[in-house]
Design a protein. Structure first.
Ligand SMILES: C[S@@+](CC[C@H](N)C(=O)[O-])C[C@H]1O[C@@H](n2cnc3c(N)ncnc32)[C@H](O)[C@@H]1O
Length: 320
């Protein structure tokens, strides 16, 4: 019996499997990028999406499959790893699910969405609930090809969308490891006051934006000081970044934190677990992340995060 399914980012199947193994979850098989397990669902940082209530449903015909899904609920997103033609015929019989790119700043979809796939021509796997509000975890945006100097701003847009909060005009942001300035650009165009810290200078167009000030320096030498947003895209060992984040949280200096946790070579699952265990925080592999995770945190008392941002799943620690 399949009790949970975890959608791996393409190329990170082994990383997801390692994380699940560490959480005591056995992957019994793969369906494309979907790791299937007979163990109950647990929180996973590396999964793009987690199917939390999968059921195997007979699909003797296209019509029977569509009817079975419609009988469960209205909105379904398809994950196709095989049987593409038959899946398309089933999907045609379901209400269309619009997966248009978001125009940032725009909230994540709030409509209830399930996921389904064909495991075999006559056998579906369908989960009425899943953790990502996006079809297959794919959070796409209408991109800005002119303003930002790199595409790194997309992962910050995605983090803000998942957090359900982004800087308001006049709020202060400290952007650590800011060059060439995609994140600083994203905050500045929202009207925030940005202090960018890096050894390297910002792209000239970002440096010239109103509200942006660049300072040459090391992220790790910055003493915690009151800011609405602490942002970090610094390339650093996860342990070192963890210590930085813990220092800022202990000092009660930042209202909210978004930071990228980057891994080189083997994944440091222990450091990832330590990030995931920080109260008030959330660790996710965003659609725009590569071999990295994004840590998001907000100080207690900040307005609640938007729906779809918490999984309600037991953490790794509590499943041990
Ligand atoms: C991935 S890039 C940041 C991209 C940026 N977020 C953007 O949107 O354009 C990482 C940056 O971290 C900087 N960096 C690395 N170590 C640093 C440190 N100890 N302190 C400050 N910046 C650092 C690098 O110089 C580099 O510019």
């Amino acid at each position: 019996m399949i009790r949970a399914a975890y959608l791996a980012p393409d190329g990170l199947q082994d990383t997801l499997a390692e994380e699940l193994r560490g959480a005591g979850v056995t992957v019994d098989g793969w369906h494309g990028l979907l790791a299937l397990s007979a163990d109950p669902p647990v929180a996973s940082a590396w999964a793009l999406d987690i199917w939390t209530d999968p059921q195997e449903i007979p699909a003797p015909s296209v019509k029977a499959a569509a009817d079975a899904l419609r009988a469960l609920q209205r909105n379904w997103s398809a994950y196709g790893a095989a049987q593409h033609r038959r899946m398309a015929l089933i999907a045609e019989r379901l209400p269309p699910v619009k997966a248009r790119p978001l125009v940032f700043p725009e909230p994540a979809p709030t409509g209830h969405l399930g996921a389904w796939t064909l495991l075999a021509p006559d056998r579906m796997l369908a989960s009425a609930t899943k953790t990502s509000p996006f079809v297959n975890g794919e959070c796409r945006f209408v991109e800005d090809h002119i303003g930002p100097p790199s595409r790194a701003y997309l992962k910050l847009w995605e983090a803000w969308t998942r957090l359900g909060a982004w800087p308001r005009p006049g709020e202060t942001c400290l952007d650590l490891g800011a060059a060439p300035g995609g994140w600083s650009w994203a905050a500045a165009v929202l009207g925030a006051q940005v202090t960018a810290v890096d050894k390297a200078p910002l792209d000239m167009r970002v440096a010239a934006l109103p509200g942006v000030a660049w300072r040459e320096g090391s992220a790790f030498a910055e003493p915690p000081a009151a800011v609405d947003w602490l942002l970090s895209d610094v390339i650093a060992y996860p342990d070192r970044l963890l210590a930085l984040v813990q220092r800022w949280i202990a000092a009660e200096a930042a209202g909210r934190i978004v930071c990228t946790v980057k891994f080189q070579g083997a994944t440091d699952h222990a450091a990832a677990a330590a990030f995931a265990a920080i109260p008030g925080g959330r660790l996710l592999h965003l659609f725009h992340n590569k071999h990295e995770l994004t840590f998001m945190w907000q100080r207690p008392g900040q307005p609640a995060a938007a729906s779809g941002t918490t999984t309600g799943l037991p953490s790794r620690a509590s499943t041990r």
